[in-house]
Design a binder for this molecule. Sequence first.
Ligand SMILES: [Zn+2]
Ligand SMILES: [Zn+2]
Length: 373
Amino acid sequence: MDTHRLRNLHRPDVLRARLERESASRTTLSFYRYVRLKDVEALRHELYSEWESLGVLGRIYLSQEGINAQVSLPTENLEAFRTNLDRRDPFCDVPWKIAVEDDGKSFLKLAIKVKKKIVADGLADDAFDVTNVGAHLDAKTFNQKVEEGALVIDMRNNYESAIGFFEGAYLPKADTFRGAIEEVTEVMREKKNAEVLLYCTGGIRCEKASAYLKHEGFTNVGQLHGGIIDYARQIKALGLPSKYKGQNFVFDERLAERITDDVVSACMQCGTPSDRITNCHEATCNMLLVQCEACAQKYADCCSPSCREIHLLPFDLQRAWRKGRSTRSTKTKAINDTEGLRKRIREEEELLALNGSLHPELSDVTFKVIPAS
Ligand SMILES: [Zn+2]
Ligand SMILES: [Zn+2]
């Protein structure tokens, strides 16, 4: 098989334009399964060519331990996709979760990646029994147990829980899965016999987190089956009250889907209530932040005046400035320190008023010789 063809070769703007032109409606869905997979590379190529022909876009991780998939596809091909999954034993009857709020623009391309693990959890799997997971709870049972006083723990990163969470849940400050699980083990160490309920976006992280907590001596661990995504579907279908408030952070172009109208967060730049999550549009920064519409205008969709200054340059100059600079910080994806950000903005605005620029390097001769476009 010519495997070179089995990957996307187009630029994001080309892909976005193609998606905009598409008239058929798309459905966004996700699924995962821990299951032994053999010959993962070959399977990856088979899936790519089959799913590409069904118009599937999205991000799929394959490993010897299973599959973790977030995809969108033309709604008319849903049945064919179901058949395609069921045709293979390891994926037969795998439950999928359909996104509640969906403009069909969740993914731009199809990417199927072979990985060591289907979730980058940073845990040593051989150190505990990963199959000894917590009880799977549906939305109704989860709600009941919350009312009965169970401890609720959010297993997501801080930037995910910033814009939505279960009322009263413990929200870890960590911005990695491993950090969150260690924090929870430490903070809850006196409560190992209490009933604890875990939740995450789609349920997959709780499979590992519940097994880990049980290994650490927690005796009564439950987990929200299908995560927030399926909770939203269930409460809608059954007319149950939502104990989850605000938006659900998702890992695709949408960034979030609204579960309730509650706004649980504030603009990180000005402090007014907002749960509009976005990335800084300066490409080398790209940090996630909560930003209100007014601040988006004021800072040209950027996190700070210094990013704004670059983002507003003619495209050629931006490109010249970026040359040799690494894209985005590898340490963290989101701005965590709101106070620090506001202080930085104040200082930068002052400097800008004084000097007319926050980037003295822009007056360098290399930038001046580039003809304006
Ligand atoms: Zn604002
Ligand atoms: Zn920025």
